[in-house]
Design a protein around this ligand. Sequence first.
Ligand code: NAD
Length: 260
Amino acid sequence: MLKGKVAIITGSTSGIGLGIAKVLARQHADIVLNGFGDAKEIESIRAGIVRDHDVRVVYDGADMSNGEAVRGLVETTVRTLGRVDILVNNAGIQFTAPVEAFPPQKWDAILAINLSAAFHGIAAAVPRMKKQGWGRIINIASAHGLVGSTHKAAYVAAKHGLIGLTKVVGLETAGTGITANAVCPGWVLTPLVEKQIADIAANKQISLEDAKASLLGQKQPSQTFVTPEQLGGTVAFLCSPAADQITGTAIAVDGAWTAQ
Ligand code: NAD
């Protein structure tokens, strides 16, 4: 379905981003991987996707906390793969603390990576997409883009901001062949959440399994983690012709978390 299209997925060396990259590669899109990690592991992920799906896959380690580097990721992609059709703004970090104890540098880093990076990437990609008359911008927000939780001031602010940005870009690109949407996952079992589970286990002196159940129990009525593969499916749907008129919206994939 996506043969000949080029997809950038930020933060795709792990977790949700990697799941999305694999699903888009399965649909024959060429892939730009991005994110941090061990160089050998990243190369093995890259080569694995080439082997499994016979598409072009390049890795670019651009730091999403640096706006110029984000814009550079789009420019480098156009130079190396010839175009950019799909931009998935997925890179994200988390830090939890009560607002009065929230370290300012953590606030700045979360806003930069989880929100401003999407602005810079979109600004660089939209002119290319307009020329092509087709583009898909998909911002991986969160249930925390729709509702709040304690101790997550920066994350909740950034994710609500990302949904606001999605609406504006949806409006500004309406009728151009470009769509911009946010996907709002509930809990997904990735390194980002494993750290929170470990913290709960340590604080409450309970096992990791009990901590997982407690995390799901508090928020996610389905009591089941969303998977990176399912989120890849949501992104692939948004890239399909069936979604041509879905734009400027936020799609929850959250086991009914935000229905409450
Ligand atoms: P993860 O920690 O597994 O992956 C994060 C990715 O971002 C990694 O590839 C990491 O290297 C990359 N990254 C971090 N800082 C970066 C930087 N400065 N520059 C470039 N890459 C950077 O986390 P995840 O759970 O897969 O999260 C992916 C996205 O999904 C995030 O935006 C997160 O907020 C969102 N999300 C996650 C959950 C969840 O339950 N896991 C729920 C809702 C939303």
